[in-house]
Design a protein around this ligand. Structure first.
Ligand SMILES: [Fe+2]
Length: 294
């Protein structure tokens, strides 16, 4: 699994960002404008300032230095199924806060059971191996089915919760994001039409995405299962996602049953546009993937 992945790392101004690439592939994303390669380094990295304190550890005798999650004050443990390193982030609102658009029972099962399972399973997949920031896990995730499905599932859901808000607090895109949407789609309504179509046409389980393309345009596409646009090799328009919609039946079936279009329509009432706008302005518009915590 993770041991079969070659790890490349780069420093980005003021903070560290890391990339993962399948063996034999060159790092491609501009999100990690490389100034200092850590590949095959034999010395630990010092001076990390990330808020969740990435540590470092020599990896499995391979001589790689990898960014690990944990404290800087002591040894950093390897991944374990129960103990992390990834954890289920709490919902930023009450289970019933999105009523009537998304019902309380769906939110409780979706967050506490489905998302928790992705967290448990990605921790299990990484057990005894190396761990990195959740966002950095995505790039090379397709090299491992377990990490693709569960590491993807964890990132996707962790982002999803942050982009939802009670209808009264949904708000509107910031002026900068609204301008970008207008430039790419002509209007907010046209963007919604395109997003709704992508979500409705995704056959089976998957996600609809809005993001920023490498040339700075707002784009929309969808991915199957728990894939996301950050994964190298994914069948999706290249973008840094800022908004995703879960169209797995577990996300809507209790309330909407077979009426996925009604769920998609309801979603637009509970988007946290303030958060999505921040993801656009602080990260995606600058070519950086959104560092979702989880
Ligand atoms: Fe889900």
């Amino acid at each position: 699994m993770i041991r079969s992945i070659a790890i490349g790392a780069a420093l980005v101004a003021g903070a560290q960002a890391f990339s993962v690439v399948p063996a034999g592939m060159a790092p491609a994303h501009a999100a990690t404008a490389s100034s200092t390669s850590l590949r095959m380094s034999s010395a630990p990295v010092q001076g990390n300032t990330r808020r969740d304190a990435i540590g470092t550890l020599l990896a499995g005798g391979a001589g790689l230095v990898l960014p690990l999650r944990g404290g800087n004050d002591g040894p950093v443990p390897a991944a374990s199924a129960e103990g992390g390193p990834y954890t289920l982030p709490p919902l930023p609102f009450e289970y019933n806060a999105l009523e009537p658009h998304i019902d309380e029972m769906t939110m409780k099962i979706h967050h506490d059971k489905h998302h928790q399972a992705y967290v448990n399973n990605v921790n299990k997949a990484l057990e005894g191996g190396q761990v990195m920031e959740l966002v950095d896990l995505q790039k090379g995730a397709m090299a491992s089915a377990a990490i693709r499905n569960n590491g993807g599932g964890h990132y996707n859901h962790a982002m999803f919760w942050t982009t939802l808000a009670p209808a009264a607090k949904s708000g509107a895109p910031s002026p900068a994001l609204a301008k970008a949407i207008d430039e790419s789609f002509g209007s907010m309504d046209k963007m919604k039409e395109a997003f709704s179509a992508a979500a409705a046409k995704r056959f089976g389980s998957g996600w609809a995405w809005m993001g920023v393309s490498p040339d700075g345009k707002i784009v929309i596409d969808s991915t199957p299962n728990q894939d996301n646009p950050l994964m190298d090799g994914v069948n999706c328009q290249k973008m840094i996602p800022i908004l995703g919609l879960d169209v797995w039946e577990h996300a809507y079936y209790l309330k909407y049953m077979n009426k996925r279009p009604d769920y998609i329509k309801a979603f637009f009432s509970v988007i946290n546009w303030s958060q999505v706008s921040e993801y656009y302005e602080q990260y995606a518009s600058k070519g950086k993937a959104v560092p979702i915590q989880g």
